[in-house]
Design a protein around this ligand. Structure first.
Ligand code: KG4
Ligand code: ZN
Length: 336
């Protein structure tokens, strides 16, 4: 069988990443240069700083991806790049680099939607996922529930009305001075605390739809924290545990309800927040109770990486869906 090697490039937020994946499946290299240490001093991603760092790093990261795979430019069949959604300045660095690379090496260019990339991370690692499926995409910028009737066919059935789940984790972590990035910091603090010692709302759980809202939960957590801090004796670990439970329970119950309504066989999770231990555990338990197969990527493939972009591009390659060399970047996803 002809082997198709695709170079993937990802610069939508604060990771400069490049990977080479064979036949949409075998990861030959997966290089990630994280800017976390730089943005930590600001308590969040500074878009202009992210763009500049991508410019400095991109060529080296791509070179490293080839070197780790033991391949050269001649060995790849296409160049894939994330061109939406994300920070516009950051996306443009990857898109400009990929276009120049494709032009210089005379390889076809493939544009990849970052969210489709996150979802594809499941297919990099798991065979025979049964359809229909419900997919929960939870990242720093997005929280959506999708109905997938078959591989590659998806429809958004619900989204957050305000903050994304990861954004809520990050903001609450900053408020509680737990560190950056917020998701892993809250998870770590929650492990030392107990949920239920203070009570936060399970927002929208009473609604019969697949919409989410995390801005209110974040504000409730902050107000409650100020109140109990004044009284004294408050445990930041208990607050982290209750916040994480309130958020995770809503994500899980709405996903399970959607799976029942759409007669799903499988539940998939994708995006940085899918790395959360409490979410993986509760979704796993509830899925098994209700008889759904549950899939999520391994930890390193949940957060931003380029292997998911190179893998996702394989189908487009087979279908000949190539992008023109005047490809642009877009901050919002127009559709999936
Ligand atoms: O998918 P991702 O790497 O970037 C975006 O596309 O946004 O997701 C980053 C988000 C951040 O908000 C981060 O705090 C969150 O994922 N995250 C987590 C965990 N690891 C990363 N949230 C909760 N628990 C985690 N273990
Ligand atoms: Zn992402």
């Amino acid at each position: 069988m002809q082997e198709t090697m695709i170079l993937g490039i990802e610069t939508s937020c604060d990771e400069t990443a490049a990977a080479i994946v064979c036949n949409g499946r075998r990861i030959l290299s997966n290089v990630i240069n994280s800017q976390i240490d730089i943005h930590r001093q600001f308590g969040g991603v500074v878009p202009e700083v992210a763009s500049r760092k991508h410019v400095e790093n991109i060529a080296l990261v791509v070179e490293e991806a080839f070197s780790q795979a033991g391949l050269t430019q001649r060995d790849i069949q296409a160049v894939a790049v994330t061109n939406r959604p994300g920070l516009i300045g950051a996306l443009l660095v990857g898109v400009s680099f990929a276009k120049s690379y494709a032009y210089a090496s005379q390889k076809p260019l493939i544009a990849v939607n970052h969210l489709q990339g996150h979802i594809y991370a499941n297919f990099l690692e798991h065979d025979n996922i049964a359809f229909p499926a419900i997919c929960l995409v939870v990242s720093g910028g997005h929280t959506s529930l999708l109905y997938m009737s078959e591989p590659g066919r998806m429809e958004i059935i619900g989204e957050t009305r305000d903050d994304a789940a990861g954004e809520a984790f990050d903001k609450v972590a900053r408020f509680l001075k737990l560190g950056y990035p917020g998701g892993p910091a809250v998870q770590k603090a929650a492990e030392q605390g107990e949920a239920g010692r203070m009570v936060l709302p399970r927002v929208f759980l009473d609604r019969n739809d697949y919409e989410f809202s995390f801005s209110g939960l974040k504000t409730a957590a902050m107000n409650e924290w100020k109140k109990i801090e004044r009284r004294g004796g408050a445990s930041v670990y208990d607050m982290a545990a209750e916040f994480q439970s309130a958020l995770v329970e809503v994500l899980v119950e709405k996903t399970i309800r959607a799976a029942a309504h759409y007669h799903a066989k499988s539940i998939l999770m994708a995006g940085g927040v899918a790395a959360n231990g409490a979410l993986r555990t509760l979704m796993g338990q509830r899925s098994r109770d209700e008889g759904y197969e549950i899939y999520y990527p391994s930890l390193g493939l949940c957060t931003d990486n380029a292997a998911m972009i190179a893998g996702c591009a394989y189908n487009a390659y087979r279908l000949g869906q190539f992008a023109p060399l005047d490809l642009n970047a877009y901050p919002a996803a127009r559709s999936l």
